[in-house]
Write a protein that binds this ligand. Structure first.
Ligand code: C2E
Ligand code: CA
Ligand code: CA
Length: 414
């Protein structure tokens, strides 16, 4: 199908604005297009795209619809009634999502739509497209298969993200990162491991949580340098801690699946005795590319770096794969620990993970332990190692060094 030139859209938007008229600019995206291509092949993916564009042609005012990017379309809807907008969009969304027939096979897929109202949400063609794209992104973040209109909160979130991304580029040079260390405590009351948790205090943004900036750093690629800095700092810290205490370092998916990962490990952890540093990776990171992840963990293990699965139970894991990864520890996600006292299902999961650990010879750590009742409940199901505010919050280096000889066993008694 031949698409009209995008400048026609800009002309039309300028016309509408001149006449003080409003119109909907809709950006349509196919959810998980790459999985669709991987599953059925690129030719089938192309047929799906073609069918969607034929469907859109039925709705677009004056034939104004365009393909932007690999799997996104823009179309303009000028005739709509404000009060019937939701049902109209539901209808459009539903009809363009209908399965496509390819060689007598039904191909199922889902689509998301982001919308901005020209004249209200945006005052230019570029603005309208970029705001509708923000709305589309918001839909996709919530799982796709839906439509949403642009809001100013989306723009604020977008601007903050850009700001974070810019500041991250120079944060290392400006020495804005530090590491805190949170003890992981055994049922006997001593520290087995400390988890290194990064802290960022930026001159403009102030303190930004890693939960907010790590995903941005992953997306921009800055995580590789930041992650290497964390490895280097953790390596230095091993010299300040007794040999019985290891340091756990979080490694993100991008790092683990980077082609240089093993050479970075070699560079930054060269002088660290075996067993002193372990890496924590999430199930989702492992499942992204299980073969490469397994290979990198195996090579790291060969160099004396053990691995743990972080946030176990909430990611996309596949138990059949578990044995392919050389891991020695599972960290039971905080959500199960929080709920285990009042939710049978959560308790059942904790018990199942603890016995899985016992069967497979993996240590199990309960995360986010805040009360003695939670620690007790974990021991009742067979989990004897804990991390959480009950024992210690993440501590700056100096505070950690005064805590390493502490006996936490009194905290485990009611
Ligand atoms: P995580 O790896 O699951 O780390 C545990 C998080 O839970 C930490 O949040 C910790 O402060 C918090 N926490 C510990 N005990 C408790 C508790 O009893 N109650 C509650 N409510 N929270 C508890 P933090 O430090 O904000 O880190 C958030 C996430 O950011 C980490 O989750 C990890 O995914 C990521 N992160 C932190 N540092 C690094 C890093 O150096 N590299 C990478 N790639 N990711 C990091
Ligand atoms: Ca972790
Ligand atoms: Ca965790």
């Amino acid at each position: 199908m031949k698409f009209p030139d995008l400048h026609l859209l800009h002309n039309r938007v300028a016309n509408l604005l001149e006449q003080n008229r409003t119109a909907l600019l809709c950006v349509v995206g196919i959810d998980r297009m790459s999985s669709l291509n991987a599953l059925y092949g690129r030719e089938v993916g192309d047929v799906v795209l073609e069918s969607i564009s034929e469907r859109l042609a039925l709705y677009a005012s004056e034939g104004l619809f365009f393909r932007i990017g690999q799997d996104q379309f823009v179309f303009l809807l000028e005739k709509y009634e404000e009060e019937k907008l939701a049902s109209r969009l539901n209808y459009i969304h539903e009809t363009i999502s209908l399965p496509v027939q390819v060689a007598s096979k039904s191909i199922y897929f889902t689509v998301s739509i982001g919308i901005s109202v020209i004249g209200i949400d945006a005052k230019s063609g570029d603005g309208a497209v970029s705001h509708a794209e923000m709305a589309l992104k918001a839909v996709k973040q919530e799982g796709g298969k839906n439509w949403q209109r642009f809001t100013k909160e989306m723009k604020e979130a977008h601007q903050r993200k850009i700001h974070i991304q810019q500041e991250l580029q120079t944060a290392l040079q400006r020495n804005e990162f530090t590491l805190n260390y949170q003890p992981i405590v055994t049922h006997k009351g001593d520290i087995a491991t400390v988890e290194a948790l990064i802290r960022w205090n930026n001159e403009l943004l102030g303190f930004v949580s890693p939960a907010e900036f790590i995903p941005v750093a992953e997306e921009s690629g800055a995580i590789i340098e930041i992650g290497n800095w964390v490895l280097g700092e953790a390596a230095k810290m091993t010299n300040k801690l007794p040999p019985s205490i290891s340091i756990a370092v979080n490694v993100s998916a991008k790092q683990l699946l980077d082609r240089q990962f093993i050479s970075h490990i070699r560079t930054y952890l060269a002088k660290v005795p075996p067993g002193r540093i372990e890496i924590e990776v999430t199930e989702t990171a492992l499942m992204h590319n299980p073969e490469l992840a397994a290979e990198n963990l195996r090579q790291a293990n060969y160099m004396g770096i053990t691995s743990s699965i972080d946030d176990f139970g909430v990611g996309h894991s596949n138990l059949a794969y578990l044995h392919q990864f050389v891991v020695s520890k599972i960290k039971l996600d905080r959500s199960f620990v929080v709920n285990m006292l009042h939710q049978r299902e959560a308790r059942a999961i904790c018990r199942a993970v603890a016995s899985l650990g016992a069967e497979l010879d993996l240590k199990v750590v309960g995360e986010g332990v805040e009360t003695v009742e939670q620690a007790q409940a974990l021991m009742d199901v067979g989990c004897y190692t804990f991390q959480g505010y009950l024992f210690e919050k993440p501590l700056p280096e100096a505070k950690l060094l005064t805590a390493i000889d502490k006996d936490y066993s009194a905290l485990l008694k009611q």
